[in-house]
Ligand binder design. Structure first.
Ligand SMILES: CC(C)(COP(=O)(O)OP(=O)(O)OC[C@H]1O[C@@H](n2cnc3c(N)ncnc32)[C@H](O)[C@@H]1OP(=O)(O)O)[C@@H](O)C(=O)NCCC(=O)NCCS
Length: 285
């Protein structure tokens, strides 16, 4: 399967896709089926018409990924490897004792990650496994990988995207099946305030408690490579804006953590996706 690729929020003429990858891209305006209208008040991100990813074949969430991250971030989504694994020796060593399913999932993530780097003009190199399982991106790049039941995605960006207006210090991407968390787990993940908000959304058909989980994991993945901060779920505050498909993240003030993280989420065909971007300069869009 060709990957579906999106250079997020970039103008079509500004994109510089590699041959082969470019063939899988179209810019289309999608009609919104009536069945989706019910989501309109929840997350318009599902409904936005804009230049987006192609390869509609097996795609659960990719059609609306164009707004998950700000300009300068590349997102690649895949469901399979098609032409076999292409792991580097370092990566193979990390998977030496893994099951074949885990090795496949890992290889799929590395493939997406290398494709994203390639689109950015980055090097084709190993992405080793860090001490805390974090992917180690080449110097000058940040990124994040997620997999969930045959769905896999990686996002990557240059730390300095080009025009000097901003620095992207981190990206976090998380995907989960769209089903509610068991009550007890939800209480571990959410603060009292978040539980109150959850109660107010009961019955709207969105598994918000798992979205909290997903959003917090994406924030953790975004921060970890730069800060090595191990965070508890309840230390990280998330406030959703269902109408905008966005969320704010608040972090423990005692730690040297960034003030501003941008969060976006999407729900599509049973997959929840949360994306967090750590932007250093306020001038960045
Ligand atoms: C790793 C973790 C973040 C997500 O793992 P998961 O449930 O397997 O979900 P995903 O498939 O979406 O993500 C796995 C990918 O995240 C990336 N990842 C793993 N650990 C990471 C870390 N410390 N920092 C950044 N990215 C990390 C890896 O690329 C991994 O895929 P790979 O092993 O194939 O390379 C989670 O399991 C974890 O360890 N959490 C501990 C901390 C936590 O939960 N804190 C509370 C949140 S605030």
């Amino acid at each position: 399967m060709q990957p579906s690729v999106s250079r997020l929020n970039c103008k079509p003429e500004a994109t510089a896709f590699r041959p082969g990858v470019a063939q899988s891209i179209t810019h289309c305006a999608r009609e919104v089926p009536a069945s989706e209208a019910a989501h309109a008040s929840l997350a318009p991100i599902l409904l936005v018409r804009s230049p987006v990813v192609a390869a509609s074949r097996n795609s659960p969430a990719e059609e609306n990924q164009d707004q998950l991250f700000p300009k300068g971030v590349v997102l690649v989504i895949r469901r399979d490897l098609a032409d076999g694994m292409d792991l580097f020796p370092d990566e193979l060593r990390a998977m030496a004792r893994a099951t074949s399913a885990r090795r496949y999932e890992f290889a799929l993530g590395r493939r997406c990650a290398r494709e994203a780097l390639g689109i950015l003009g980055g090097p084709r190199v190993a992405i080793p496994v860090g001490r805390f399982r974090d992917p180690v991106w080449p110097l000058g790049y940040v990124g994040s990988i997620t997999h969930c039941q045959g769905f896999c995605a990686a996002a990557a960006a240059r730390v300095l995207p080009g025009d000097g207006s901003c620095t992207i210090r981190g990206l976090g991407l998380d995907s989960r099946l769209a089903a509610s968390l068991p009550e007890q787990l939800a209480e571990v993940v959410c603060s009292a305030e978040e539980c109150t908000w959850l109660a107010s959304r009961q019955g709207d058909g969105v598994p918000w408690n798992r979205l909290f989980f997903c959003a917090k994991e994406s924030a953790y993945k975004c921060l970890f490579p730069a800060t090595h901060s191990l965070l508890e779920f309840r230390e990280v505050g998330v406030r959703f804006n269902p109408k905008l498909g966005s969320f704010d993240v608040t972090l423990p003030s005692l730690r040297d953590l960034p003030a501003r993280l941008l969060g976006r989420f999407a729900i599509r065909d049973e997959i929840l996706l949360a994306a967090t971007t750590w932007i250093e300069s306020p001038a960045c869009p």
